[in-house]
Structures are given as structure tokens and as C-alpha cells.
Design a protein around this ligand. Structure first.
Ligand SMILES: *Cc1c(COP(=O)(O)O)cnc(C)c1O
Length: 848
């Protein structure tokens, strides 16, 4: 056929009785409220799928007749009214009092910055774990009624769509969408125009437009450079997430950091706490300092004030994962910022210095914020070690990096059937999300009932997987006979076979190939005719990650071998929709990261809350979640093994657990057609995951441990024309100059053996190089030697200044510390000021 094909979209008119379907399409509440989504799905299931579960697109393409029928269908209208009433009740909810007491919606505002947000598959401005975590954080903030806004970028081409071809190669497709198709509206100024701002770029002014996405009670502001006033190249800055080169990444981060702060300011918003989620957003710190300087502060005082009110979360346990920019790029783009801060380039560049070359965004964020955390207990420790040079004299375990373990948004990931069960059997469960005792009530659900729900969800998953396999394989030219072979276990849902899932980004540290370390053994286990099992794989590899793509190909190749065909399934296009399906339908969720590189991992939490049983390396969240009764843990091998040995040792554990525990327990069925021990495991998984690893718990932890302290600290430093901020900046300057010459000596020491009623007496003299005794703290740490030869501190007692003698400052201790047995003590001195956010913030410390 010749000639041009012109598009013509024929839109229906929404009947007045259903007018709110259009409003709700612009509120991302639909990303977690399944009843709301059901109102759309019911109208045309196929079209819903075709439109990528996008309500806005769907409503534009729906045949008029469908809408008219629904508008006169009493049962549809009845549901519509119920769902809308529940939605209105949610919108009217004024927040949880225990949260709004801490953060008053009239006075406070938390501003959360991230380069990606994963709320729903219809809004593809995310790539994986980081974005989905950010999305879940927003959703929980809305549920809790926190005064909260988020800031990100509006990528019209999103991340990429993945195709896996017949050879197992990942193909990348991009399908840009117009803002029209996305749940965003222009952010309007008072004059009714879309808000735009300018950012100084080398030789030009970049124009940035602002869009608003609403998610219940919170707004997400998204910045967009695709404006006619910009050059073609500049219009593409916000085109794609993690696309482009280093320069484009720097441009994106400048738009987010600098543009984000300007946008909030233009809207008249004055956040009282700022949260930087991963280093990408750290340029906001510089922009905020520049504002403070306009109010008359010098750079150092402005920085103290900005840092005090900011929380920084790091997510990356591998040094290579950090964002680092070449000097020449930073020089090109940040000169105007250096100017505004009154710094020369070297001073600005020093803010991002780390051990290696380049400007490190994590280092910038850590230097210029006072509240920092990793995303699980293990990851908090890893981050403390990895970043210890920022507090060079402080032992890593004491430096100011803590942790908040990630959680996932329950309503988003909990399957509809479980929600219905809870609604039926558990009173008021939505208000008991954090109550571990409450969830014991799951034990009251009869096993047969519990299992019938899981079984139905599994059947739904397998049907979906079979359809996807067919679509994928037909496109790849696979013959029907082979496709039938591939889907033979999926189509027999009565068999209730064991189904395992492994889905996540194909990064090499996740070791997706571990299951295949001993292919013969795996083939024997999965292929047992009495006790068959299927493993479903899915995940994307970044287009530049060749080893990640090689893993995809490796799994593809295994999945086509005669011994594995139909038992190993590789699905393309992992996204939030597929993730929800998988976590709700599998029996076992597998994860095999290389310790300690799984910062947290969240997909196992999504699976656990749906009753899937985790089998995972004890890393990230699972090291905290595993309790011996709710799944299986693979103990990571220590450093005495090399990478190759660890892989094989842990792979053997994995196979042993599968062979001797997972498969026998799953198939040990009684007359009811299910295995009672398995149901016990599944219930244990669900009831231990829901209260501990949901996003409300996470956001509450942030509120109590990070947001509230950051807000108070900033208020303290800000009072009286920022008096304390100025004082603190000047004090740090003094300390930094004096510290290299500071020293101390022990002059009086107790004998090595004392009686229990004797006082512990110590005298120390110190050279303070002009610092006052009140500028330092001398501490005696008392404790014992632990079995591995380390020193475990039990008490820290302060020494008291005793005056000056012959140019020395004297300090002493006369304590009765209630000791017994063999003790050890150590003495240390560090600079101290009550205005500090953390006692070791300066990073200076000397020991006797
Ligand atoms: C939850 C999720 C992730 C993150 O999973 P991890 O287990 O943390 O790797 C990635 N992608 C999608 C689509 C998800 O839903």
C-alpha cells in the first residue's frame, strides 16, 4: 500500500453520570486502589491492556457505546458510587494524628527529590528498585497525611521497553508519550500559565516547564525541558531516564537539583525538611545555599543551615554505582553556581572529591547534609565503611550514617483476593498495618480457604504467563509445537505445581545464573514427574550493561534446552504490572545477590506479603526479615573464599534447600490437596512481612529518626538571624585550623589491678592550640574484649576540665563506674559543640 497513514483518534464523550472517571484518571490513587482500576477494566478488558493500563488513554479510545451502557447499568453505577465514595473518604482524610502532630500541615513541608518515580506502569518514569521505592514513599506519605511534595523529571520516553528476541538478545524499544497521555497537568502560575523557569547553561539559558502529578494527598512536580524555546539537544535532556551520555546525565541532575528548588520557590513553597533520595539530586544543596546567601549569610554558614535541614539516603553499596562526573564537565556547567556561592572553582570542586578522580555526587551529598542513611542494617554498615574517609578519624561504625530498612506499599502490591479476604475476616486491618500481634490473626484463616486464594492467584498468574509466552514466541517465529511444549505446565492449573519466581534488574551482582551452577542437578529437580517445578525469570539489563545482557541470553539458552523447556520461562518486559502479577502468584521468590551488594531488595517483600516464601541469600532486607520459620536463608560465604568459590558454595546451598526442603515440603500434601506445612510457611511469610516491611513503617521511621530531628536542628540553627549557623561555621573553621596540632597525654593512670570499691582515676593533659576546653570532649571508653579480639564498648565516661598548668589543659576522671572482672579502657578526644547534629560530624578524633 502506498501513501501516508494519518492517525485519527475518535474520542467518546463521557456521560455525566460517569464524569468522575475522567477526574480520577489524573490522580495516581489509581496506582494503588484496585477498585478504582476495576471501574476502567470492566468497561473493556482488552482495550485496557492495549492502552498499557493507562486510564487517560483508555478513556479517550473507549467506544462511546461501552460508556453509554455502563451509564445505564445499575450494577456498574452502584459500584461506581461505592468506589467514588471510598475515594472521597480517602481524599478527605486529614492525616494520621500521630504524624500531623509532628509535622503540622499548615507549617511544615517535606520535599523529596529523586531522579525516578515508579508509581504505576502507565507512568513510565522509573527503571527499577530505586524508582519504585520512591513511588512507594510518596504513596505512604499520602496515606499518612504528611505534608509532603516530591520533585522529579518528566521523561517522555521513560525508560526503555524490552524485547527478548529468538536468540535471547535484549532489544530496546522506545515509545515516547505525550504529556497528554500521562497523569500530569501543567503546574499553573497565578496568571494561569504553565510555570517555567530558567537555568543558566554554558552559553545559553535553559527553559524548564513544570508539571504536576497528583497522588492522593501529595503532589509530584516534574520538570521538562521539551520546550520550543530550547535547542533540539536541550529539548532532549529530559527525554529519557538513564539514556544519553555523562554530559546529559549531568544536565538532568542540574535540572532536577537547581530547577527543582527554583520550581518550589516559584510556587511559594518553603520546605522545612528536604530529602535527597540518592546522590543524583544533590545539586539542590548548592542552589539552596545560594538562596541563603542572598539573605546575607556567608557560604559556610549557609551550608550549615542547609545541611542541618536535609536528609540524604544512599542506595548504592558498590563504588562503581556512584555518580561521578569528570572535572571538565563540572567546570563547564557549574561556574555560574560557584559564582553565586562566592567560591572559586577549586573550592566548589572539593565538595565532590572522593578517593578517585572526578566529582562524586554521593560525597557532595554527604558533605552538605547532616542526616544520612542506608536502606537496611547491613547496607547502613557497608555505607559507613565505604564512606569513612569523609570522617577520617572516626571509626566507621561510629560515623553518622544510619539506616532505615526499605518497605513496600502494601495496597499497591497486595493482590485483590487477599484484600477481599482481609476485608471479610480482619476488622480494620488498614489501621493495624504495623501491629505484629494483630497479624497473628492470619492463623485463624482455615488452611483450605487460605490455600484456595493462593491457588486462584497462581492460576491467574500462569494464565497470564502462558499468554505472554505465546505472544513473545510467536513474534520470534517459534513454531506452535514448541510453544505448546513451553506452556504445557502453565496450562494445567489443577496440578498446582510448584512455581518459583526470579525477577529483578539483570545486574551481575544479583547472580541470576546461580540456579544453573549445576544444570544436571537442576534438571533432575525440576523435571521430577511426580513433583515438577517451574521457574519464571524476568528483568531488564541496562542497554550499556553487556554482562547483564549476557545473563539474559544465558537464561534464554537454558530455557530452550530440551531438559528445561517449559520448566524455565523467561519473560520480557518486566515492569510494575508484571511484578504485581508475579509476586502475587508464585510459591517461592528466589534471590541470590552477592553479599553485601543487595542494598535492600524489595521484590522479596512484595512476594512475602502475598504469602510467597522467600529463598534468598541473607543480605539486604532478608537478613532482618528471615526468622527461621518464614522461608529459607542462604548464609553468604565470607572473605576467605574468592568470588568463584562463594558462587559455587552458595549455589550448592541453594540446590540443597530446593531438594531437601522446598520441594518435599511443597508436595507433602494431605487429603485436602495442599501441604499443611507449606501453608504454615506461607502464613508465616505473610504475617512477618506485612507489619515490618511495608512503606508506612519505613516512612514513619524516616519521620521519627530523620525528618523530625532535621527539622528541629534546622530551626535551632536558623533562629535569630541564623546566629547558631554562623557560630557553628566559624567554630568549625577554628577547629579545622587548630586540630592538626592538638595532642594529649595520659599523666595519671590507675594501676593495672584495682579493687572493686576503688575509684577509677585518670589524668590527661592536652595541647589545644588555642581551642578552649569546652571545644573538645575527652572520653574514656570502658569495655571488654570480645571473642574475636575486638573491643566492645560498654560505657563512655567524660573527663572533666581541671584548669590549665604550664601551657597544658588538664582533664580528669574520678569515677565509680561499677566494674567487675577484666576490663579495658581507651581514651579519645574529639571536637564538640552542642550545636552539632551528630557528635562526630567534624570527623576529627585523636586517641591516646
Ligand atoms: C520491586 C521492583 C524492583 C526492585 O526489585 P529488587 O528485588 O529490589 O531488585 C524492580 N523492578 C520492578 C518492576 C519492581 O516492581
Amino acid at each position: 500500500m502506498a501513501g501516508t497513514r494519518f492517525p485519527l483518534e475518535v474520542q467518546p464523550r463521557i456521560p455525566p453520570a460517569l464524569s468522575r472517571l475522567a477526574d480520577v484518571a489524573n490522580d495516581l490513587v489509581y496506582s494503588w486502589d484496585r477498585s478504582l482500576r476495576a471501574l476502567y477494566v470492566r468497561l473493556d478488558r482488552e482495550l485496557w491492556a492495549e492502552c498499557g493500563h493507562n486510564p487517560k488513554l483508555f478513556l479517550r479510545r473507549l467506544p462511546q457505546q461501552r460508556l453509554d451502557e455502563a451509564a445505564s447499568d445499575p450494577s456498574y453505577l452502584e459500584d461506581y458510587r461505592k468506589v467514588m465514595a471510598a475515594y472521597d473518604a480517602y481524599r478527605e482524610h486529614r492525616g494520621n494524628p500521630d504524624m500531623t502532630r509532628i509535622f503540622n500541615p499548615d507549617k511544615d513541608l517535606i520535599a523529596y527529590f529523586c531522579l525516578e518515580f515508579g508509581l504505576h506502569e502507565s507512568f513510565p518514569i522509573y527503571s527499577g528498585g530505586l524508582g519504585i521505592l520512591a513511588g512507594d514513599h510518596c504513596k505512604a506519605a499520602s496515606d499518612l497525611g504528611l505534608p509532603f511534595v516530591a520533585v522529579g523529571l518528566l521523561y517522555q520516553a521513560g525508560y526503555f521497553t524490552q524485547i527478548i528476541d529468538g536468540q535471547g538478545h535484549q532489544q530496546v524499544a522506545n515509545t515516547p508519550s505525550h504529556p497528554h497521555d500521562l497523569p500530569v497537568v501543567p503546574t499553573l502560575t497565578e496568571t494561569g500559565h504553565q510555570l517555567t523557569l530558567d537555568i543558566e547553561f554554558p552559553g545559553r539559558t535553559l527553559k524548564v516547564a513544570v508539571w504536576t502529578a497528583r497522588a492522593g494527598h501529595i503532589d509530584l512536580y516534574l520538570l521538562d525541558t521539551n520546550l520550543p524555546g530550547n535547542s533540539e539537544a536541550d529539548r532532549r535532556i529530559t527525554h529519557q531516564l538513564y539514556g544519553g551520555d555523562r554530559e546529559m546525565r549531568l544536565q538532568q541532575e542540574l535540572v532536577l537539583g537547581i530547577g527543582g528548588v527554583r520550581a518550589l520557590r516559584e510556587m511559594g513553597l518553603r520546605p522545612t525538611v528536604w530529602h535527597i533520595n540518592e546522590g543524583h539530586a544533590a545539586f539542590q544543596l548548592l542552589e539552596r545555599c545560594a538562596y541563603r546567601m542572598k539573605e546575607g549569610l556567608d557560604f559556610a554558614s549557609a551550608m550549615e543551615l542547609v545541611a542541618a535541614g536535609t536528609v540524604f539516603t544512599t542506595h548504592t553499596p558498590v563504588p562503581a554505582g556512584h555518580d561521578i562526573f569528570d572535572r571538565h564537565l563540572v567546570e563547564r556547567y557549574l561556574m555560574p553556581t560557584a559564582h553565586a556561592l562566592g567560591l572559586d572553582f577549586e573550592q566548589l570542586y572539593a565538595l565532590g572529591l572522593n578517593s578517585g578522580d572526578g566529582f562524586n555526587m554521593t560525597s557532595l551529598a554527604l558533605r552538605c547534609t547532616r542526616f544520612h542513611n542506608g536502606v537496611s542494617r547491613i547496607h547502613g554498615n557497608v555505607a559507613s565503611q565505604m564512606e569513612q574517609r569523609l570522617w577520617p578519624q572516626v571509626p566507621a561504625e561510629e560515623n553518622p550514617i544510619g539506616h532505615v530498612t526499605n518497605g513496600v506499599h502494601l495496597q499497591t502490591f497486595l493482590a485483590r483476593d487477599w484484600i477481599s479476604l482481609f476485608d471479610l475476616r480482619l476488622d480494620d486491618w488498614r489501621n493495624e498495618l504495623l501491629n505484629e500481634d494483630y497479624w497473628e490473626r492470619l492463623e485463624d484463616v482455615p488452611d483450605y480457604h487460605y490455600w484456595s486464594i493462593h491457588k486462584a492467584l497462581k492460576a491467574e498468574l500462569l494464565e497470564h504467563v502462558a499468554d505472554s509466552v505465546k505472544r513473545q514466541q510467536r513474534r520470534n517465529g517459534t513454531s506452535d509445537a514448541v510453544i505448546r511444549h513451553m506452556t504445557r505446565y502453565l496450562e494445567d492449573s489443577d496440578a498446582d505445581i510448584l512455581v518459583m519466581g526470579f525477577a529483578r534488574r539483570f545486574a551481575t551482582y544479583k547472580r541470576a545464573g546461580m540456579l544453573f551452577a549445576d544444570p544436571q542437578r537442576l534438571a533432575r529437580l525440576l523435571g521430577d514427574p511426580q513433583r515438577p517445578a517451574v521457574v519464571i525469570f524476568a528483568g531488564k539489563a541496562h542497554p550499556n550493561d553487556q554482562p547483564g545482557q549476557a545473563l539474559i541470553k544465558q537464561i534464554h539458552d537454558f530455557s530452550m534446552q530440551p531438559q528445561f523447556i517449559g520448566r524455565i520461562i523467561l519473560l520480557e518486559g518486566y515492569d510494575l504490572a508484571l511484578a504485581r502479577q508475579l509476586v502475587a502468584g508464585v510459591d517461592v521468590w528466589l534471590n541470590t545477590p552477592e553479599y553485601p551488594q543487595e542494598a535492600s531488595g524489595t521484590s522479596g517483600q512484595k512476594a512475602g506479603l502475598n504469602g510467597a516464601v522467600n529463598l534468598s541469600v541473607l543480605d539486604g532486607w532478608w537478613a532482618e526479615g528471615y526468622d527461621g520459620s518464614n522461608g529459607w536463608g542462604i548464609t553468604p560465604r565470607g572473605e576467605q573464599f574468592d568470588e568463584h568459590q562463594r558462587f559455587h558454595e552458595e549455589a550448592r546451598d541453594l540446590m540443597d534447600i530446593l531438594e531437601h526442603q522446598v520441594i518435599p515440603t511443597y508436595y507433602d500434601r494431605d487429603g485436602g490437596g495442599y501441604a499443611p506445612d507449606w501453608v504454615a510457611l506461607s502464613k508465616a511469610s505473610m504475617k512477618s512481612t506485612i507489619p515490618r516491611f511495608n512503606a508506612q513503617r519505613m516512612v514513619r521511621d524516616y519521620v521519627h529518626q530523620y525528618y523530625a530531628p532535621a527539622r528541629s536542628q534546622r530551626l535551632r540553627l536558623e533562629a535569630d538571624g541564623a546566629a547558631l549557623a554562623r557560630e557553628l561555621a566559624a567554630w568549625k573553621q577554628r577547629v579545622r585550623e587548630a586540630w592538626p596540632g592538638v595532642s594529649m597525654q595520659l599523666t595519671v593512670q590507675p594501676p593495672a589491678v584495682i579493687y572493686t570499691d576503688a575509684k577509677l582515676m585518670l589524668r590527661v593533659r592536652a595541647q589545644l592550640q588555642g581551642l578552649d576546653p569546652g571545644d573538645v570532649r575527652l572520653e574514656c571508653l570502658l569495655g571488654r574484649q570480645d571473642t574475636s579480639g575486638g573491643f566492645s564498648v560498654e560505657q563512655a565516661v567524660q573527663l572533666i576540665p581541671l584548669g590549665e598548668e604550664e601551657g597544658w589543659q588538664l582533664f580528669g576522671l574520678d569515677a565509680d563506674p561499677q566494674l567487675a572482672g577484666l576490663q579495658y579502657y581507651q581514651l579519645r578526644m574529639y571536637p564538640f559543640n552542642p550545636a552539632l547534629s551528630h557528635p562526630f560530624e567534624v570527623g576529627a578524633m585523636i586517641w591516646v
